[in-house]
Design a protein around this ligand. Structure first.
Ligand code: SAM
Length: 288
């Protein structure tokens, strides 16, 4: 039975190891067993699964994951937490703790040779949520789902559609690779220390097939990032300034005309399939 998951036990561990919460690492630990159980249920974990947990902290959610999954790989940046994890997880033989920065570790290599299906589960450090998600999606690792606690606003951005204020590079990357579903909201009271924001648990289920297939995904995502680099600029100006000097305004204008789009359109008005089409036209123009 998981011992952690309540404020008393968390305080006990902190005292035993003379730990202080590291704000710079986004340390807001979960102290509510109901929420932990809901996350495990939402992630649909079975004994067949390999779970990658990002930021295990003192091992609270890891205990729940270890009880339900076949194997857990937990990547924690804070080296002072490693002896704590070795202690709190000592009775679980299926957990591997790795002291690394998730943004630097080669996740693909970490999973290599493991025959199990991969599910990613985390109460993410909020200061780097977007780079973590973009990194996982673009790494092309074959995950089945990503179930994560994020700031509510970030969950909104992942689900947003064209023409809304939340729509951007994150929405497009998530929706290209996966089907996002916000499952439930979590109050700051469920964490220690309490964050200043509301949180949400969102599940991204990998699509068997992408809704539209880009010929060159790296080019598509560099185009999308450039389009949203300065939201208030027109798409022509954004791409001219942010695509590393590879495109002229005329080339972007011609491509928009071929797509029957206004020359003064902004990136936020384009759908995913329009970005894919634009990427194809601009790459052809660049290669002429
Ligand atoms: N999973 C624990 C829980 O739910 O109680 C802790 C979650 S806390 C929000 C985020 C965790 O991510 C912290 O343990 C923090 O040290 C770790 N972390 C922060 N940046 C990281 C990074 N770049 N790579 C790996 N872990 C990181």
């Amino acid at each position: 039975m998981a011992e952690l998951g309540n404020p008393t036990k968390t305080i006990e561990v902190l005292k035993k190891y003379k730990l202080q919460f590291q704000k710079r690492y986004g340390q807001n630990f979960l102290v509510d067993s109901n929420i932990l159980e809901k996350i495990i249920e939402a992630a649909q974990i079975t004994k067949e699964d390999l779970v990658l947990e990002i930021g295990p902290g003192i091992g609270t959610m890891t205990q729940y994951l270890a009880e339900h999954a076949g194997e857990v790989i937990a990547v924690e940046i804070d080296k002072t937490l490693i002896p704590v994890l070795q202690d709190t997880l000592s009775c679980y033989g299926n957990v591997h703790i790795i002291n690394e920065d998730i943004l630097k570790v080669d996740v693909k290599a970490l999973m290599q040779g493991n025959g199990r299906q991969l599910k990613i589960v985390a109460n993410l450090p909020y200061y780097i949520t977007t780079p973590i998600i973009m990194g996982l999606l673009e790494s092309r690792i074959s995950f089945q789902s990503i179930t994560i606690m994020v700031q509510k606003e970030v969950a909104d951005r992942m689900q947003a559609g064209p023409g809304t204020k939340d729509y951007g590079a994150l929405s497009l990357a998530v929706q290209y690779y996966a089907r996002p579903e916000v499952l439930f909201f979590v109050s700051p009271h469920c964490f220690m220390p309490r964050p200043n924001v509301e949180s949400a648990v969102i599940r991204l289920t990998r699509r068997d097939e992408n809704p539209v297939q880009a010929e060159n995904e790296a080019y598509l995502f560099s185009l999308i990032r450039s389009a949203f680099g300065q939201r208030r600029k027109t798409l022509v100006n954004s791409l001219f300034h942010n695509m590393g000097g590879n495109l002229t305004k005329e080339q972007v204008g011609v491509a928009l005309e071929k797509m029957k789009l206004s020359p003064s359109i902004r990136g936020e008005a384009l759908t995913l399939s329009q970005f894919v089409q634009l990427g194809k036209l601009l790459q052809e123009a660049e290669n002429l």
